[in-house]
Design a protein around this ligand. Structure first.
Ligand SMILES: *Cc1c(COP(=O)(O)O)cnc(C)c1O
Length: 440
């Protein structure tokens, strides 16, 4: 299997190279040059996830050195479950509502699946004795924690986390700064956009490149998308085997990585029906589907902060697959939810059913409530993207009680916090990195 750029101006590369490069040289995103095709009846059981994920990803890695190692990589990366649970309080008529809980990894959000798969894969590709690979990640919250956790204490890797000082929640900041060792966290005196610009500039900087190999681990990496597609494969198979029906997914969306993963799973033959992209008031995608005009804009801050994206990078992959706007409208639908609706949904479902949604998952729960009755008569799955305790500053006042921490998250909170504050410039980052010497 070869991977080509969405922009069509880069040479095709194999699976390993696409993982190592992240972005294609022409600035496009890697997509497969041909699609495998699965017969759902021949796939392994959906539980446990690692063997199914290995079978699902195998044809995408056909001919690559990593193909034979997928079972080991997935056993290591997916060492926590992704349960599909019925949502209580939905017993009317034919309605069957589930939540796919992607919150049981070390940083309690779905980004653990992609980050851990990428880390385990890149570790297999490092020749012994090679100089450390420095991974630079700009984050507005969840990505940085997941990437830091996935590479923490891995020999041959260093992680540099850049986050905007004062613009992430106290709980998120803890997760970005609790690592030490081979992870260095920088509180940048600027915005998330500044962090992203600095990461891009650093990756292209000759001086930094001379001192270590550099890479990124952002959400456009193929090595984050494919493992995410495998949990859609598992969930849809579980529903198909149980009910003989295809599953429809409502996905809390920002950069569209998680949504493109679901579209890809359906594309290769998994029993998936509708895919509904649930956005906060950053309405770029819903508006694009309505008007056919792509109007990117600066992001607006919302309660579902990990989805505050005004220019979703993976839209390029969706448009590559469905260049015709009517075709794209047929493939996915999209909706937008306000902060007031998020708060009300968290409050109401806690009061009525004892459910505790994180603000992102609440966007999907609200999108489900807004579906017209005739579309509800399906097997819908709300994708639970983060544990509510990760956003306890928002959720606890709404539900009027304290939340217990999952033990993995609690373990992070027991570690000391360490970070360095730097101005929002490449020079400041370069100086801090060059001055580092050895650490950890
Ligand atoms: C990153 C994130 C999202 C958005 O996912 P995309 O792949 O960027 O669309 C949604 N919810 C949570 C909790 C996240 O961390």
């Amino acid at each position: 299997m070869q991977y080509v750029s969405t922009r069509g101006n880069s040479p095709a590369v194999g699976f390993s190279a696409a993982l190592q490069r992240g972005l294609a040289p022409d600035g496009g995103l890697y997509v497969p040059d041909a699609w495998p095709s699965f017969d759902p009846a021949t796939l392994p059981p959906s539980d446990p996830l690692p063997p199914l994920a290995a079978a699902f990803i195998a044809p995408f890695a056909a001919g690559d050195v990593l193909q034979a190692q997928l079972p080991a990589i997935l056993a290591e990366a997916f060492n926590f479950p992704a349960p599909l649970r019925p949502v209580p309080g939905n017993d009317s008529g034919n309605e069957r509502l589930y939540v796919l809980e992607l919150v049981h990894g070390p940083t309690a959000a779905f980004k653990d699946f992609g980050a851990r798969f990428l880390a385990a894969s890149l570790a297999k590709l490092r020749p012994p004795g090679s100089r450390p690979l420095r991974i630079i990640v700009a984050t507005s919250g969840d990505t940085g924690g997941a990437v830091a956790a996935a590479f923490h204490r891995r020999p041959g890797f260093e992680v540099v986390v850049l986050y905007p000082k004062g613009l992430v929640s106290p709980t998120q900041e803890r997760q970005l700064t609790c690592w030490g060792g081979n992870v260095r966290s920088f509180a940048v005196l600027g915005t998330f956009d500044d962090c992203q610009r600095m990461a891009k500039e650093a990756l292209a900087d000759a001086e930094l490149r001379a001192s270590s190999e550099l890479s990124s681990a952002n959400s456009i990496n193929l090595g984050r998308l494919l493992p995410q597609a495998s949990y859609y494969a598992a969930a849809s198979l579980e529903i198909w085997r149980k009910h003989g029906q295809r599953a429809s997914f409502i996905i809390p969306s920002g950069n569209l990585g998680n949504s493109v993963a679901c579209v890809w799973a359906r594309k290769v033959g998994l029993p998936i029906d509708e895919i509904l992209l649930a956005h906060n008031v950053n309405r770029t995608v819903p508006e694009y589907l309505e008007t056919g005009q792509l109007r990117t804009r600066p992001s607006v801050a919302t309660l579902a902060s990990a989805m505050d994206v005004g220019a979703p990078s993976n839209l390029e992959r969706l448009a590559f697959l469905h260049p015709d706007i009517d075709d794209l409208r047929h493939a996915v639908s999209a909706t937008s939810v306000t902060d007031e609706e998020i708060s009300a949904r968290i409050r109401t479902e806690h009061a009525a059913h004892g459910l505790v949604w994180c603000p992102h998952t609440a966007v999907a729960a609200e999108a489900y409530r807004k579906l017209p009755q005739e579309r509800r008569d399906k097997h819908w799955v709300i994708v639970g993207t983060a544990h509510a305790a990760k956003f306890r500053e928002i959720v606890e006042p709404l539900i009027g009680r304290r939340l217990g921490m999952p033990s993995a998250l609690q373990a992070l909170f027991d570690r000391p916090s360490q970070f360095e504050e730097i101005p929002a410039s490449l020079e400041a980052l370069r100086a801090a990195l060059q001055a580092s010497g050895t650490h950890g």
